[in-house]
Design a protein around this ligand. Structure first.
Ligand code: PCA
Length: 202
């Protein structure tokens, strides 16, 4: 049976909830695959090592990471991770270089290539989500915060190790009731979207 590592995030910034962590927690069994879940801290320093630890020990065939993109109207199927960290403070009160005061942009990995494409079966995922009538679209920027950091770091690790895993990132909108006046989606629909994505990831 194939093994899939699925990650979501804890709440961050001004948002008391993070539908990525909530929906990953709610995921049930996936047909023909064994899944493991991680709920990650929104921390430049601490998030990726947690992924790496399970990756190295468990050796998954696929890695699906999930995060919140507040304001989004649809499920966003990320296609690219870039070697850039924005000047954004994390939940540890730190910037990407570890300092507590703003110090500009930094690379994810100094001297490494500019970007990597995600390797999951995005065509099949998008098609299946559309067939399920779940609003979904491609996104060509996962931002410059921890979500992009995780996507880039994972694709860089796989390249370094000559792996051939299916790696991708999905951004979710706010959950219904989470933020007044902002576009949102029922949490159940997001869980269904993730189950659909997992069934098509290979
Ligand atoms: N979204 C942020 C980090 C954690 C999350 O859920 C992002 O898009 O980078």
């Amino acid at each position: 049976m194939k093994k899939i590592l699925v990650t979501g995030f804890e709440p961050f910034g001004k948002d008391a909830r993070n539908p990525s962590g909530e929906s990953v927690r709610m995921l049930k069994e996936v047909e023909n695959a064994e899944i493991r879940k991680l709920i990650l801290p929104v921390s430049w320093k601490r998030a990726f090592p947690e992924v790496e630890k399970v990756w190295d020990l468990w050796k998954p065939d696929a890695l699906l990471m999930v995060g919140l993109a507040g304001g989004s109207t649809a499920i966003r199927i990320e296609r690219i991770g870039v070697n850039l960290c924005g000047e954004i403070i994390d939940m540890d009160g730190r910037y990407a270089d570890g300092s507590a005061s703003p110090s500009g942009e930094h690379p994810v990995i100094a001297g490494n290539r500019e970007a990597f494409f995600a390797t999951y079966h995005h065509e099949a995922i998008l098609k299946a989500l559309k067939e399920a009538e779940i609003p979904a679209k491609y996104s060509f920027s996962a931002g410059t915060y921890i979500c992009n950091y995780l996507l880039y770091s994972s694709l860089a690790k796989m390249a370094r190790e000559n792996g051939n895993m299916k790696i991708g990132f999905i951004h979710l909108p706010y959950a219904d009731g989470q933020k007044e006046g902002a576009p949102s989606m029922p949490l159940d629909t997001m869980v269904r979207a993730l189950e659909t994505a997992l069934s098509k990831i290979f």
